[in-house]
Design a protein around this ligand. Structure first.
Ligand code: SF4
Length: 571
């Protein structure tokens, strides 16, 4: 039997805090201001992300002259700009938003403070890089850019000098340059300004590269920090490649490789790293070895293809019907399943960077995005049609929630604001739609008029699905997906999000306890209370940062409903 390939992904891979902050800022502006947003140069060095931003009316320009629209907003990138350029931008009368990374600002201040005391500045970095161009502006005309110790030796004799690093500089290069600078400066201040996220990334890369047969560095070909990371890997690993996308990998790369390490630059989104990981597993044969891995692949197929979500919705409907005291009808389970499948699939089709494994995409849909839209339309329409047999009220409400869910990602005509412009709207729309299909529709069908038990089931379903949607948002943000304040997590921030989720848990648990004490379907209430422990565990798991890759996170979240249904069934 062939030896298994071990694939490790760097823990530090994914957007750095500076990039995350800049992207969040422009997305927030794009939502709230309805104006064209320009960034002076690409916001980050990653083609896939830039294309996504373009669709949201966020455009990169090469110079200020290209900004003709005086009503536009201009964003200063995470790299920062020289002070005189900032003054020029502000003089144009445009609205200016500064997204300079605080860690870059720290370097600017350091240079300025020393320059004001008469020091010359030596910057170890790439002279054409935007960050370095910006830093040079703070040197009061006494700045020198060097790419390493050899260039330091060519500098003129300096009196007092301050040596700093571009924030993404390689540690060893900076230290060697600082050593060489002692010979050219009368008095030398050494300011190691490599930022912490870069240090961690480099430390991890050095550790793993030494022990790897193949290192895959993911990131833009025009990204300086990715190129630097690649240089480190090339030096230390047996083989190293720098790719932008997963389709640049081929089977020949993996020949003889037993240990594979995947790392990425600061501007590479985690969803791209997940896709590279999937492809690497496929090419390395890791996914085809064990029966367990085959099972894992089928699992991913079900999650990516929204089948697991459909099952989760059917399971929740079962729980709601039990709460309502209805005889369980397969028709409702099917309707809810089709409804959830349709909306989940439609959402996947418009989002960028879905982490669907390559094989899954090939197997499920020849052209994943286009065909998944068709599947979503067909299943949703079928769910609405099935609801017609339950009376016109149910039909109209089902059609309304389905249309709202399908249209959610798009700008509506007639001057309506997008649904998505309201904070947490995505989570609320999702919870309302599911609560209707899983609890309200069966209640209407059963009683004609709504009973207290239906209200209880709607309340229960709404809060559980709201939690599900919020946790999906947390997982998406963790994967560096382009998400905005339509997600509760992005709108409220981590602290308030987890407080809310704990409050929902406490509320649901208290209601179930009360029902149990009152002797109202006490067996079912006890079973659901037990199931709520999984809910609590899930929130704690996410809170302590153990958020797995996206497909696994979705599995964990939707399993909640299957577990509740299984417990309800046994009660
Ligand atoms: S690499 Fe460091 S300094 Fe540069 S944007 Fe990211 S966190 Fe900020």
């Amino acid at each position: 039997m062939s030896e298994r390939v071990q694939i490790t992904v760097a823990e530090s891979a994914g957007f750095c805090p500076g990039v995350k902050n800049a992207i969040d800022k422009v997305l927030e502006l794009a939502k709230s201001r309805q104006r064209t947003i320009y960034t002076l140069g690409p916001l980050i060095h990653n083609k896939q992300v830039i294309e996504t931003l373009k669709e949201k009316n966020i455009r990169a320009v090469g110079s200020l002259e290209e900004v003709k629209d005086r009503g536009a907003i201009l964003v200063i990138r995470a790299h920062g700009v020289p002070p005189e350029e900032e003054a020029r931008i502000r003089a144009l009368g445009l609205e200016v938003v500064d997204a300079t990374c605080p860690l870059v600002k720290h370097v600017q201040k350091n240079i300025q403070a020393y320059a004001e005391r008469g020091y010359s500045t030596i910057i170890v970095g790439d002279k054409d890089h935007a960050e370095v161009v910006g830093l040079m502006g703070y040197t009061e005309g006494r700045g020198y850019v060097v790419d390493g110790p050899e260039e330091v030796k060519k500098l003129p004799r300096l009196g007092k000098a301050n040596i700093v690093a571009q924030t993404t500089q390689e540690g060893e290069v900076f230290l060697a340059a600082a050593e060489a600078a002692r010979a050219v400066a009368g008095e030398l201040a050494v300011s190691n300004t490599i930022c912490n996220p870069t240090r961690q990334r480099q430390k991890e890369t050095v550790e793993f590269s030494k022990d790897s047969d193949l290192v895959i560095v993911v990131g833009g070909k025009n990204s300086a920090n990715t190129a630097r990371l690649f240089q480190i890997c090339e030096r230390l690993a047996r083989r190293a490649v720098h790719i932008e996308k997963e389709d640049e990998l081929g089977p020949e790369l993996f020949k003889g490789a037993r240990k594979v390490f995947i790392t990425a630059g600061a501007s590479t989104p985690s969803w791209m790293i997940e896709r590279v990981l999937e492809k690497a597993r496929e090419l390395a044969g890791e996914a085809e070895g064990h029966a367990l891995e085959k099972l894992a692949f089928l699992w991913k197929l079900a999650v990516t293809g929204s089948l697991y979500t459909a099952l989760a919705a059917a399971a929740l409907t079962y729980v709601c019907m039990r709460l309502e005291g209805s005889p369980v009808s397969g028709r409702f389970l099917l309707m809810a399943g089709l409804f959830a499948f349709s909306l989940h699939m439609a959402n996947r089709a418009v989002e960028k960077g879905t982490a669907a494994p390559d094989r899954a995409r090939r197997l499920l849909f020849v052209r994943y995005l286009r065909q998944s839209r068709l599947a979503a339309l067909f299943c949703g329409a079928l769910a609405v049609l099935l609801s017609a047999a339950l009376g016109w009220k149910v039909f109209l409400a089902a059609a309304f929630f389905w249309a709202a869910g399908m249209l959610y990602p798009y700008k509506l005509p007639l001057g309506f604001e997008r649904f998505g412009d309201f904070p947490a709207s995505k989570d609320i729309v999702t919870a309302l739609g599911w609560a209707f299909m899983c609890a309200y529709a069966p209640g209407l069908w059963r009683g004609g008029a709504l009973s207290n038990s239906t209200h209880l089931a709607v309340f229960f379903a709404f809060l559980l699905v709201f939690t599900r949607s919020v946790l999906f948002g947390v997982s998406n943000a963790h994967s560096d997906m382009i998400v905005g304040k339509e997600n509760f997590y992005k709108a409220a921030g981590p602290r308030f999000t987890y407080l809310t989720l704990f409050a929902i848990f406490a509320l649901l648990a208290a209601v179930l306890l009360m029902l149990k004490d009152m002797g109202w379907r006490s067996g079912l209430a006890s079973a659901l209370l037990t199931g709520m422990l999984y809910y609590l565990g899930l929130i704690l798991f996410f809170l302590f940062g153990r958020i797995p890759e996206r497909i696994n996170a979705e599995t964990l979240i939707d399993t909640q409903f299957l577990l509740l249904a299984a417990l309800a069934w046994r009660s």
